[in-house]
Design a protein around this ligand. Structure first.
Ligand SMILES: Cc1ncc(COP(=O)(O)O)c(C=O)c1O
Length: 371
């Protein structure tokens, strides 16, 4: 498979471990191994202490699959396959799609969600967000026009990376109806689920709402555990599971044994972990509100509804790439420009999940005052 470079990941590869401040990461502040082990109950600690580092069961540890399944209404442990999140995208898309299929992808998007279909030889159509007076907006009439008899898959991502958009339940139901009418699969990237600012607005997972829905989620974002490389796919369509496992034999075969046990502990301590990350995001949102109010002449804030990222707009009249380059060189602050998402309009991604967010933003403030 020939595939184009992943612009966002290449950008992070260049700067992530060399730059003092990161203002664009999508994950939440990570936990230490010690912090996680302190949350373990006696059963998990015994599993950890007695762990042997052999191969593991390809679909995932049965207890881990059972704990994942508990997060859904219609999903049994057999309907869950554990894999690294990025690997899970490859597995799900590669087994579903063939050359010539049309794939409609909500855009902007995490690149693998459209680049893998492109590399397979699919005809990829973007369903673009609109930007209105009240922020990001979805045009469902446009989606209806984009879906055709050749459409095999609709790719969604709510809460959305990078806008932080979360649709209403009515909007999501209407989208599912459009897909159902044409018997189209929906791949729901739900990596940021659980980080809704108003818990009442949390949407059911697509694998529960739709018989042809596939949900992707994992521990990298809301849980702050990306180093475990642990995620999962879930679906009601049982025929997909065997195909996923068949393809996984060519990616990792099975998951990391220590990560699986640590993942079980994380899922068991879900409320504590997500509450800690949610409070970091809330505090950072407060800081961001103040920052953008103080610099209203230079930015449109575009406050997110959910998740750990936002996609504000640089309005100062120069290219956003220049702004990002300047703060990197002058203040050691890394910011991802919207062009990395192939999205116009001078946007940039803001990561809200890290503890040193205010400090990093202060350096951007210093840059702006000196400008
Ligand atoms: C929307 C989305 N999906 C999937 C992933 C992949 O997650 P991971 O990096 O843990 O493989 C990311 C990571 O940034 C993401 O933002």
């Amino acid at each position: 498979m020939r595939i184009a470079p992943f612009k966002l990941e290449r950008y992070f590869a260049k700067y992530e471990f060399k730059t003092k401040y990161l203002l664009s990461p999508s994950d939440c502040e990570s936990f230490s191994l010690r912090e996680l082990l302190v949350m373990a109950d006696a059963e998990a600690l015994a599993l950890w202490d007695q762990l042997r580092l052999g191969y593991t069961e390809s679909p995932g540890h049965p207890t881990l699959r059972a704990r994942v399944a508990r997060q859904y209404q219609t999903i049994t442990p057999d309907a869950v396959v554990i894999a690294a999140p990025e690997e899970a995208i490859l597995i799900a898309l590669h087994t579903l799609l063939k050359p010539g299929d049309q794939v409609v992808v909500l855009f902007p998007a995490y690149q693998s969600l459209y680049e893998i279909p492109r590399a397979i030889g699919c005809d990829v159509t973007q369903w673009q967000f609109d930007l209105g007076a009240n922020g990001w907006r979805l045009d469902l009439d446009r989606l209806e026009d984009l879906l055709t008899d050749r459409t095999r898959l609709l790719v969604l991502n709510f809460p959305h990376n990078p806008t932080g958009y979360l649709p209403s339940r009515d909007e999501l139901d209407a989208i599912i109806q459009l897909a159902r009418k044409r018997d189209i699969y929906i791949f729901g990237d739900e990596m940021y689920r659980g980080l809704e600012y108003e818990p009442a607005r949390r949407l059911p997972a697509l694998c529960d709402l739709y018989e042809k829905g596939i949900s992707l989620s994992g521990l990298s974002k809301a849980y702050g555990l990306p180093g475990l490389r642990l995620g999962w796919l879930a679906t009601q369509e049982s025929a997909l599971i065997e195909r996923w496992l068949g393809f996984k034999d060519y990616t990792t075969i099975c998951n990391s044994a220590p990560s699986e046990i640590l993942g079980m502990i994380a899922l068991q301590s879900r409320e504590t972990i997500v509450a800690r990350n949610f409070s970091i995001i809330q505090e950072n949102l407060r800081v961001a509100d103040q920052f953008f109010a103080a610099h209203a002449n230079r930015f449109a804030w575009l406050r997110p509804h959910a998740g750990s990222i936002a996609f504000p707009q640089w309005m100062a009249g120069t290219p956003v790439e220049q702004f990002c380059r300047d703060v990197l060189e002058q203040k050691q602050v890394m910011i991802v420009p919207g062009s990395i998402f192939e999205f116009p309009g001078n946007h940039f991604r803001l990561g809200l999940g890290r503890r040193n967010f205010a400090q990093a933003l202060e350096h951007v403030g210093d840059y702006l005052r000196a400008r």
